[in-house]
Design a protein around this ligand. Structure first.
Ligand SMILES: [Zn+2]
Ligand SMILES: [Zn+2]
Length: 391
């Protein structure tokens, strides 16, 4: 099926085309042509590539760890409704047998999801991000300490079994086991990410050399400056900010990362090295009610003032943001240009995941496109060339 849209600004990561049309055939962009919108046609203010969220646990009342098809259906639809056209679904720290069950469910879900994504009904699940359980007890945040382990044989066997769908793994790089683990991930082309960690400068710098590509939600339980045996050491976060090419995930919800933290990250990192994530949990998209208790894995959490907390309010428990609310904040509140915002919400993620068909509005790419008005409100969501129908 052929479709044509007219836009005032077609925004990619590296340029903006003004007054042009986008031609789509089936799920593919076939032509982008300059030229004014004909009189009787509607002209959208902006066309941007759909968002790619590489770190999200759920939304709309469901999470991956619920481990059932209904949850996966619901979150995939929720993401698309909010402009995220592709995603990695994230586990939380749990016992390995539970993680295995979840991976098995995702394996069954992915072929069904591929079909529904092509029909414009769900965001596409590109694979899984395992967030632990190979984390440091010193920096667990909201992750369950009972399940936190060092990566040994059973962990490697599990990853081996599901290596087709596991795309990224978050772990702490501070033990001899984690060194072998890193090599194991690199050999399988799984993206190694460091987070919830206790690594110091001399450890993590070797990790970067050996293949750690991403820092999981920087400034959120990432190891920092510390003393060890009386000596002062930098942590993972300072080393990541100093090393070009190491990518940092940023939860741009204004809570996990506030405006001044953002300025500091930006002072040290180019847009090439920033990946905006939602890290959303089940409460994203639900009304805020501080008296209501929700579950994050085994933990009790509440929502207050636009963010999820552990029930005792000792720490954040994940965000309730979406990629879209983050994108809008970057531009409207933090002064990021729209091309750079597209770069860090979509293009960089497509590069990291080696999804060459995503992240740009160009001939030959998949037609995952958001059409916005001049205030950046979403007017149409196009997934695989099909308009998402809001019910
Ligand atoms: Zn985390
Ligand atoms: Zn997370």
């Amino acid at each position: 099926m052929n479709k044509k849209y007219y836009v005032e600004n077609l925004v990619n990561h590296n340029h903006t085309l003004t007054n042009c049309s986008i031609d789509i055939h089936d799920d593919e962009i076939v032509e982008v042509k300059e030229g004014k919108c004909p009189k009787d046609n509607f002209c959208y203010s902006y066309a941007i590539p759909g968002f790619i969220d590489i770190h999200t646990h759920g939304g709309n009342g469901y999470e991956l760890m619920d481990n059932n098809m209904e949850a996966l259906y619901s979150i995939s639809e929720f993401y698309l409704k909010n402009g995220t056209t592709s995603f990695l679904t994230s586990t939380v720290t749990d016992f390995l047998p539970k993680i295995e069950k979840v991976l098995s469910t995702v394996s069954l879900f992915i072929p069904i999801n591929k079909k529904l994504a092509k029909e414009g009904k769900q965001a596409e699940c590109i694979g899984v991000h395992l967030e632990g359980p190979w984390l440091s007890h010193k920096n667990l945040g909201a992750q369950n300490p009972k399940c936190c382990i060092v990566p040994k044989e059973s962990s490697l066997n599990l990853i081996e079994k599901y290596q087709e769908i596991i795309k990224m793994v978050t772990f702490s790089y501070h033990t001899s086991e984690s060194e072998k683990f890193l090599q194991f991930l690199v050999e399988r082309e799984i993206i190694p990410a460091c987070g919830h960690d206790e690594a110091i400068d001399e450890q993590i710098v070797l990790g970067f050399e050996k293949g750690i590509q991403v820092i999981t939600h920087i400034y959120c339980v990432t190891s920092g400056f510390q003393r060890k045996g009386g000596l002062k050491h930098l942590g993972t976060l300072e080393m990541a900010l100093m090393n070009d090419g190491v990518k940092v995930e940023v939860i741009a919800d204004g809570k996990h990362i506030t405006k001044y933290f953002w300025s500091f990250i930006k002072h040290n990192k180019s847009f090439d090295d920033i990946l905006i994530i939602s890290d959303s949990m089940r409460c994203a998209g639900l009304p805020e009610d501080p008296n209501k208790i929700y579950k994050l894995g085994d933990m009790d959490v509440i929502i207050d003032n636009g963010v999820a907390w552990l029930n005792d309010k000792s720490t954040f428990a994940g965000s309730v943001a979406t990629m879209y609310t983050n994108f809008k904040r970057l531009i409207k509140e933090w002064g990021v240009g729209i091309n750079d915002a597209v770069k860090i919400c979509s293009y960089n993620q497509s590069k990291l995941l080696k999804c060459g068909n995503l992240g740009e509005i160009k001939p030959g790419k998949t037609a995952d496109i958001l059409l916005l008005d001049k205030e950046l409100n979403i007017q149409k969501i196009i997934k695989s060339g099909v308009e998402f129908e809001f019910i």
